[in-house]
Design a protein around this ligand. Structure first.
Ligand code: C2E
Ligand code: MG
Ligand code: MG
Length: 461
């Protein structure tokens, strides 16, 4: 049965206006299996190489099409957290979905683990390519129902259009690769056309990756702490730990510029562990019950040693678990809800608090508040910025604050910069405030002074 299906798929997925059709008829008796990806039944990397080489040696006037490289966004997680059978199911479903929407439009290939390519034949306009990308993104972001449960995958697409100078597949693939790397830097499901300058950007990024891989051993990270205060009394309840990188040549680098690199390279595990340990050790020196909040990336929960590591940090530092808050963003729930819920439940059972950070943007869903054990909700600072300028945003903040009451979680408004914002947040029932109005993030050595001043002057911190 598998073979029949394979055969059906092999012939069903080639574009009808594909100018490489001659390979299909002439080469078919000798190479079909060599050019087929045995798991999914679609064409493989050898087939792409064969097709592109033939195509790039044709006169430009015949139209060389466009190459779309697709890289799945969360495939590794499915493979790690579920199992390889689940990963295989996803790949087969993706091949089927691509085939169902691209037959007659392009030829699809599986190049490696979670990498697919589509060659769109002819001379497609940019608009047509955009439409094809939109279709691909829709089918990739539709949940996959597997034997082991439901997963969301998503994917990034890089597009390269052959130039007259392209005589081999490698140059074209390299450009599509650079474009896909760029697409992956944007959170989830985006597509990017190759542009000149991407090579330089990619080398700067790999240089940064290399520096990042050595930064921990070279003691280049440090934490700053930003107070979170009670909205009524303005007394400090906790500090949020925020990582900074003291780069030997580039100076201080903010987390927004390196956390995503740490995530894609896997460096987030050791760096994230360093943050937890340092924050626990430093917070232990503060008077109880002042707490510390630590940002934790989704990937860290995939590491089975992470929870024992947190426990060990608490034990060794002597910090009461109730004084530690783990901040997560909603993106972590979209991958394997069961694993995440178990981890959060385990942490909470020990007394650690959980905060949902940057609430209201990205993957927001009321369902997350129902399904996951939470203590705090932090409303993203984009709402704070907008709430006094727009009735709609003010109402949204109000709704989120009421959600906090409904789900019995305390609420914090992030990014408060003015007294008016604070007053609005307080009057609508926000429990806590964080922002430059109270204090910018400060060095670990300045925390005691801020606490002393806060005890004496409260509001004038
Ligand atoms: P976040 O967790 O939402 O942290 C708050 C960010 O908002 C901080 O930026 C803080 O400096 C900034 N902020 C606070 N108050 C104000 C304000 O009134 N106005 C404005 N304009 N900004 C304000 P920062 O330190 O650059 O951190 C950015 C993000 O990087 C954090 O957002 C967090 O998602 C991530 N991050 C920081 N440290 C870590 C870490 O140790 N691990 C991980 N995984 N992520 C981290
Ligand atoms: Mg945070
Ligand atoms: Mg935040």
């Amino acid at each position: 049965m598998m073979l029949t299906w394979l055969k059906k798929r092999r012939f069903g997925y080639r574009s009808s206006n594909d100018t490489n059709g001659d390979r299909e008829t002439r080469a078919q008796p000798i190479v079909p299996m060599l050019h087929i990806d045995h798991l999914t039944g679609i064409y493989n990397r050898f087939a792409l190489e064969h097709d592109l080489t033939a195509l790039l040696n044709r006169p430009q006037s015949e139209g060389r099409g466009a190459l779309l490289l697709i890289d799945l966004d969360r495939f590794k997680f499915v493979n790690d957290a579920m199992d390889h059978a689940a990963g295989d199911e996803v790949l087969i479903s993706i091949a089927r979905r691509l085939a169902s929407v691209l037959t007659g439009v392009g030829t699809i290939y599986r190049l490696g683990a979670d990498e697919f390519a589509v060659h769109v034949a002819g001379s497609p306009s940019r608009g047509k390519i955009e439409d094809i990308c939109a279709t691909i993104k829709t089918i990739l972001s539709t949940p996959f129902v597997l034997s082991a449960g439901e997963v969301w995958i998503g994917g990034s697409i890089g597009i390269a259009v052959p130039t007259p100078n392209d005589l081999s597949m490698s140059a074209l693939l390299r450009r599509a690769d650079l474009a896909v790397m760029k697409a992956k830097q944007t959170a989830g499901n985006s597509h990017v056309f190759y542009e000149a300058g991407m090579s330089a950007e990619a080398s700067a990024r790999s240089e940064l990756e290399y520096d990042l891989s050595r930064a921990l051993d070279r003691n280049e990270f440090f934490l700053e702490y930003q107070p979170i205060v009670c909205s009524e009394t303005r007394m400090i309840k906790a500090f949020e730990a925020l990582i900074r990188w003291r780069h030997p040549q580039k100076g201080i680098i903010a987390p927004d510029q390196f956390i995503s690199i740490a995530e894609t390279t896997g460096l987030i595990m050791p760096i994230g562990n360093w943050v937890v340990r340092t924050a626990c050790d430093e917070a232990k020196r503060w008077p109880s019950p002042i707490g510390v909040a630590v940002n934790v990336a989704g990937d860290q929960f995939r590491d089975p040693t992470f929870l024992p590591y947190v426990r060990d940090c608490l034990r060794r530092s002597g910090l009461a678990p109730e004084r530690l808050t783990i901040e997560v963003t909603e993106s972590i729930f979209s991958v394997d809800p069961a694993v995440i819920a178990d981890s959060l439940m385990e942490l909470r059972a020990e007394g650690v608090k959980i905060a949902l950070d940057d609430f209201g943007i990205g993957f927001s869903s009321i369902n997350n508040l129902r399904r996951f054990p939470l203590d705090h909700l932090k409303i993203d600072r984009s709402f704070t910025e907008a709430m006094l300028g727009s009735k709609r945003d003010a109402e949204l903040v109000d709704i989120i604050l009421r959600l906090g009451t409904t789900f019995d979680v305390s609420t914090t408004i992030e990014g408060v910069e003015t007294e008016r914002q604070l007053e609005y947040a307080r009057s609508r029932g926000a429990n806590a405030i964080q922002g430059f109005l109270i204090s910018r993030p400060v060095a670990a050595g300045d925390v005691s002074a801020i606490l002393d001043r806060n005890r004496v002057h409260g509001a004038k911190t």
